[in-house]
Design a protein. Sequence first.
Length: 571
Amino acid sequence: MTAASDDQTTTGLGRHVGPLPPSRHAPVKLPALTILCHPRLDRVGERVLLSELAAGRSAQLSRQEPAFAPPPHTLGVPLDDAHLSRRPVWLHPGGDGAIRLVAQDSRTQVMAGDELLLTERTFSAAELTDGVVLTLAHRIALLLHAVPVSPPVASTPLGMVGHSPAILSVQEEIRRVADLDVPILLRGETGTGKELVAHAIHQLGRRREQPLVAVNLGAIPPSLAAAELFGAAKGAYTGAVRDQEGYFRRARGATLFLDEIGEAPPDVQVLLLRALETGEIYPLGGQRPEHIDARIIAATDADLEGKARDGTFRLPLLHRLAGYEIRIPPLRERRDDIARLLVHFMRDEWEKLGERWPPAPGADPAALWLSPEVVVRLVRYDWPGNVRQLRNVARQLIIASRGRAEVALTPQLERVIAMAPVVAMSGEARGGALGAVSGAVPGAASGAASGAVSGAAPGAAPVTAAGAAASGPPEPRALRRPSEVGEAEMLAELEANRWDLAATARALHISRPSLYVLIERSGRVRTAGDLGADEITRCHQDLGGDLDEMAMHLRVSKSALRRRLRELGLR
């Protein structure tokens, strides 16, 4: 989360949808498409609500339809990329909130996660909740997801980038509590932006003309914590050669932000509780209490209830601090904000280098400086370090891209992504059909059939637990370009890997999207979508429905063949 000039509401996106029916329960959800990557980087984060799907009608996705706009604006423009076909991909409403995507009538190549869609695919409501990443013509990436829609609220700049429902909810809570003087407890994982939320509360509050005084309790030695917080008289302890003001005194009439409150020593917790209950503090060595007037905002990523149960945190203090609690969502719950934040941070870092944004892609006018493949991998990554980690990655990408025509993941970033969890898609797609398995490299297949090692780098050989402990994670090599792989080499690896596309891509050390490009260019490889119903039916009868044998006999991907069998009612 960081500075942004956009309004922070969820309504009014894309086309006019008319008044929404009132609800006493959960907000209305509408299908939406959000731009994750586009040749024009200023369009990242634009969105359209597909209200026609919610109304039972079909929607088109093409070069000219629909119109995307930055939230919350209503007037937008189409994707408008010459590499997209004017013949649309169709989105049809399905039962129970599902969406059926039909791609065979369009000339635009469509990928869902790592899978090339040749015919059609139905995405369940659960998958839409997680978000389905669609890549069009290897140039544009979109997130197909469900967006809660609520009535418009007054917009106030809060220094945050994002339009995901999760961050909009945080902003609503900030507005609700900012003008009250109750203590606030901010809870969230490391790197989610708790201090930024504290600043937003302070700026909207009655004490905005006074400073926000911040102290990290995890950075103060326990022996000095009481003096640092409450002040100390000269001579109160060894080394106290003069009076010490303390953070509570500095925050008179202002806001005091107690970060890492879970790290407060036990004796300091007693003093904090007394200060919150009585409004008075006792400086070390002082003879009388002093009245304090500070608004308290505390933050932690610790399980304070668990610490209270094991006796390391006082439950009464927790109750006093939590006059109102705000949960800051992890970045993995803000999937549609990742690309917005990435581009924002990259622009910030690029301008720090004194360069003009956006960067020129190079001599080829059709070239992309930031490719969908890089963005999709980052969007599907689970970001254990949250927004702080994303900003650091953006900085590394910018530095590594100096003097280059395009952005690419460095070997160091490849290793980080390979070693940490990656989001898996929902429902039937879990297990590799649409996304990487948690802990696997994006683009790798799952399960025993692929031979992938959880957490292994792309193209790396399996490593035993003992070997991994001894040698550490393998150093990944840069992926090859499709132009570096000949047709004969590709055919040999397809045969050797029994037409498993994920395993073949790893063996060739290329990405799965690159393998799809090579297959499309080759006149010697068929896909499951090229097979006729009669040929599949005969093979099914001859081989007794053995899927492995059928895939080898027909020389196609087993997962794609399984879908064709389902379409034909043979499985």
